[in-house]
Write a protein that binds this ligand. Structure first.
Ligand SMILES: O=P(O)(O)OC[C@H]1O[C@H](OP(=O)(O)OP(=O)(O)O)[C@H](O)[C@@H]1O
Ligand SMILES: Nc1ncnc2[nH]cnc12
Length: 183
């Protein structure tokens, strides 16, 4: 079985969670299996070092931005392996000090994201990491916060992309996802 098929086999679908009509894809079984978790990190690192960094104008990644909450579970590991900073984007009201904010709509509701105003510096190379892209609303809001700080998002990375929702069309940068789901 390929690495991607192995990771995909661990994802579990929950119907009508957290709302009727939503098929929720749970990635936590990957984190329960240390070999799968290591495979996930290695897969992202291979993509970043063989594709994203060579194509980046600065030939490096300065900042990994992880989205609340599941992007916090593996974003910091990738940041450490890259020697990059980790910066959280959190749901409104959770971060102290001056923040920048963006409202967004996601597959099952609306929310507001915040980032600390001094967390990234203009011109830094930034990537965004999260577990799943559905409508792309969350990732788009994160991209807006990064743009407000004078940076461009090099790439948006996800474990899972619900391709049929066409979230990539909302984003201002390329998307990389390990597992693509079309139903
Ligand atoms: O592409 P979208 O339609 O915006 O949906 C994707 C977002 O929804 C989920 O997070 P959620 O807001 O449920 O937060 P959680 O990680 O705290 O559970 C998921 O982890 C993404 O962040
Ligand atoms: N269908 C889904 N499964 C898991 N997380 C999600 N976030 C938004 N939509 C989701």
């Amino acid at each position: 079985m390929s690495d991607v098929a192995y990771l995909q086999s661990l994802l579990t679908a929950h119907h009508d969670f957290p709302k009727k009509g939503i098929v929720f894809l749970d990635m936590f079984p990957i984190l329960r299996d240390p070999i799968a978790f290591e495979t996930l990190i290695t897969h992202f690192m291979h993509h970043l070092t063989s594709h994203t960094i060579p194509l980046s104008p600065a030939k490096k990644i300065d900042v990994v931005v992880g989205l609340d909450a599941r992007g916090f579970l593996f974003g910091p590991i990738i940041a450490l392996r890259l020697g990059a900073a980790f910066v959280p984007v959190r749901k409104a009201g959770k971060l102290p000090g001056a923040v920048v904010s963006a409202q967004y709509e996601k597959e099952y509701g609306t929310d507001s994201f915040e980032m600390q105003a001094d967390a990234i510096k203009p011109g830094q190379s930034v990537i965004v990491i999260d577990d799943l892209m559905a409508t792309g609303g969350s990732a788009k809001a994160a991209g807006e916060l990064i743009a407000q700080q004078g940076c461009k998002t090099l790439e948006y990375l996800f474990i899972i992309e619900l391709e049929f929702l066409k979230g990539h069309e909302k984003l201002d940068g390329p998307v990389y996802s390990i597992v693509k789901s079309n139903d």
